[in-house]
Design a protein around this ligand. Structure first.
Ligand code: NOJ
Ligand code: CA
Length: 715
């Protein structure tokens, strides 16, 4: 009798093992194992070489008011294939991307529930796994409501996590680094400055989540191709280290409404023993569908300036007056007194257009151009903006003409104030208005609590809205940059007009809150940026905000040259030169880097990386023999050597090095820098010294005969 339980478990083990379906990644680095447990519950495991990454973990989908897709399954079919293609993104970090995986699709059947079927499709790459649930067209189930997703990620120990609190409405938190056991989302970094937030609970975190194991594995958990489904948060069991999916609910508490044939987004697990490899992973892009845009010639990666930072630092205002309840489309302004601080005036916008034209920027963003700002913040109000009525001091006709003559494109701003039903009703009119006035790009925004009331920024209804905006803007040949959307999941492959999103804590927090700690930008690439490009808005030169107002106690938590390096380390095809023209004119030599740096790339080399500490990246500009290097650090000073062995052999380049001055410091002396020019080739080794919170930016362009005479070799 004494041996019975052991015997029983052995039997179960043998039974389970017999039913395990295994695949290896193309080069054999990862192994995925699928098995049904005794009650027909689907599970999976993942290992990296001999190291387990995910221990046996549950899979399944719970349905409302009917049996779930969670147990009682038998395997009806197992289909495997190997896929290998190379494709070219319309824009990106590299010119070509290899999509090479082993796939295993397990068709599961529930004999006791009218033989209902669900497919779990696994795609195993050498650097990660994607899997999703599919619900084929079938007789016995068509329309259904998801009440929960049962996916789990059983981790092997108390890993270090780089996390932000789980939340249904915002991702604008600063990161906390702690072990899984120490996660306490309620005590996460103070987040009072986030207006609309719905934290989930003490042990809930968001994806992309970065984990580091004691034996040196880096693991990123996220999702790919989030369409027609809510975003996934993770709740952490702090005793077992099992992470469970927690989907964002809708207004009545359901998670998703699906109809066969349907499929969920991919759940992704990217894993490597080198932090650098994680950043180079293309798993999430590869799991997304190819571009739906045939002729993409109108999609232009670009740098832009705009009436923006001056609003955040309080120099000017979005609103024209201090009178609330202005009527939309009202043309009678006689009773309205301007507040005298309005930013988006015709004259001020011309100043930005002139500046953009002079320095080679394609875009000029203008916020606060349209009626409604008197009434937008904090009200849960449906009709705030109509997106077609300018303020009386913003002459849209005149500015369109002026911009066109200067070869510059105005970028429209649509702050929806999260009144999304209102935006949906007015979208077509708004895009037609843009086209009529020559605008080719729009920045949307969703500050506030969502209308329809009760919906969340990251629920299925809003996820569908963001995709509708991407599709509709594509129909109008408009590029889009979304602020406050759900975190990206690689959909920019499918909708390359969706250039960037904010969906994280951007530079703006440094203008008016306790800001982003110096480590922030060394974590973002491992977390938020794994899903897609961010409109972080770098390039702030005037670091302290008391420059504008002695009472403004805020500052950018970097040195000036770290702001330059961010153009290389935070990848985006859309980069703002966010500071005021007046500030760039104070530092024309440093501004040169922002003018020169590319936004679209043939190649990217992740030279050194450690989350929360440092990052060095080199990139080659698309179709140009120019390279740019960015190196950043957290609050620690650091020295490193950067080999320029990525350059082609036997060629000389002019290296311009924008570095922290020896006494620079993000807090005490943030604006001290040195610029050094020298000749370099592929044998050159740069000595990089980063100040606390500092950074170095380097541009490399082919040396002419004159350059060869003018400059000395780098020593
Ligand atoms: C928040 C956005 O992130 C910011 O860029 C914008 O200026 C304000 N909302 C106003 O729409
Ligand atoms: Ca924001």
């Amino acid at each position: 009798m004494k041996h019975c339980p052991t015997f029983f478990f052995l039997l179960v083990f043998v039974w389970t093992a017999c039913h395990a379906q295994n695949i290896l990644s193309p080069a054999g680095r990862l192994m995925l194992s699928f098995s049904l447990q005794a009650g027909g519950e689907p599970t999976y495991r993942l290992s990296f070489g001999t190291k387990p990454v995910i221990q046996t973990s549950r899979l399944g989908i719970a349905l409302r008011d009917r049996p779930s897709f969670d147990k009682g399954f038998v395997i009806a079919a197992v289909d495997t294939l190997t896929y290998d293609e190379t494709w070219e993104p319309i824009w990106g970090e590299v010119r070509r991307i290899r999509n090479h995986y082993r796939e295993m699709a397990i068709t599961l059947e529930q004999p006791v529930f009218s033989h209902r079927r669900m497919v779990i499709r696994f795609r195993l790459y050498d650097d990660g796994l994607g899997f999703r649930y599919e619900f084929p067209l079938q007789q016995n189930i068509d329309y259904f409501t998801v009440s929960d997703e049962l996916t789990q990620f059983a981790l092997t120990g108390d890993h270090t996590a780089f996390w932000i609190p789980g939340d249904y409405d915002t991702n604008e938190y600063a990161y906390t680094t702690s072990t899984l056991t120490a996660i306490d989302a309620a005590k996460g970094r103070a987040a009072d400055e986030i207006f609309a937030k719905t934290p989930i609970g003490r042990n809930a975190v968001q994806t992309p989540l970065l984990l580091k194991t004691a034996d040196g594995l880096y693991i990123n958990l996220h999702e790919a191709a989030l369409i027609d489904y809510p975003a996934m948060n993770l709740t952490v069991n702090q005793e077992t280290f099992v992470l469970s999916s927690h989907l964002v609910p809708d207004a009545v508490g359901n998670k998703a409404y699906l109809q066969t044939p349907a499929r969920t987004p991919w759940r992704t697990i990217i894993v490597s023993n080198r932090a650098e490899d994680l950043l180079a992973s293309k798993v999430i892009l590869n799991l997304n569908e190819p571009s739906v845009i045939g002729d993409a010639g109108w999609i232009k990666p670009q740098k832009y300036v705009g009436v923006w930072w001056e609003l955040h630092v309080g120099k000017t205002t979005w609103n024209y007056s201090d009178t609330s309840n202005l009527k939309l489309r009202d043309t009678d302004w006689s009773g309205v007194t301007p507040n005298g601080k309005h930013g988006a005036t015709t004259a001020r916008v011309k100043r930005y257009i002139d500046f953009a034209a002079e320095h080679g920027f394609r875009g000029v963003l203008v916020e606060g151009w349209n009626v409604g700002w008197e009434d937008w913040f904090g009200k849960w109000k449906e009709e705030v903006f109509d997106f077609v009525t300018p303020y009386p001091d913003f002459d849209v006709e005149e500015l369109s003409r002026y911009a066109e003559n200067k070869g510059v494109k105005l970028i429209m701003h649509h702050e929806t104030s999260a009144a999304v039903t209102n935006y949906e009703r007015r979208m077509d009119d708004a895009y037609r208005f843009m086209k009529k006035h020559g605008y080719e790009a729009v920045k949307t925004g969703y500050v506030g609590r969502i209308i329809p009331r009760g919906e969340h920024h990251d629920g299925q209804w809003m996820v569908n809205h963001y995709v509708r905006v991407a599709e509709k803007t594509a129909q109008y040949r408009i590029m889009v940059n979304m602020h406050e959307p759900v975190r990206p999941t690689g959909l920019h492959r499918t909708y390359p007009n969706w250039l960037a999103c904010e969906a994280a804590r951007g530079n703006e927090f440094n203008a008016w809150s306790h800001g982003n700690p110096p480590e922030h930008e060394t974590i973002l690439p491992f977390t938020r940026l794994m899903g897609g490009p961010m409109d972080y808005t770098p390039g702030i030169f005037q670091i302290r905000m008391d420059y504008y107002d002695p009472n403004r106690n805020a500052q950018v938590h970097t040195t000036l040259t770290k702001q330059l390096a961010l153009y290389v380390t935070l990848y985006s095809p859309l980069q703002m030169a966010a500071d005021l023209p007046e500030n760039y004119e104070r530092f024309p030599d440093a501004f040169q880097f922002i003018k020169d740096v590319a936004v679209d790339w043939d190649d990217t080399k992740i030279i050194a990386a450690e989350p929360g500490e440092y990052l060095t990246i080199a990139r080659k500009a698309k179709d140009k023999d120019e390279w740019f290097v960015g190196a950043i650090t957290d609050e620690q000073p650091r020295s490193s050597k950067v080999r320029l062995d990525f350059l082609p052999p036997n060629r000389w380049y002019v290296a311009t090095i924008y570095a922290d001055a020896p006494d620079a410091h993000w807090e005490e002396n943030p604006m001290a820098y040195r610029i050094h020019t020298a000749l370099a080739n592929n044998r050159t080794v740069l000595e990089i010294r980063l100040a606390p919170g500092g950074g170095t930016a380097v541009s490399l362009s082919p040396a002419t005969a004159d350059d060869r005479k003018k400059w000395k070799e780098y020593k």
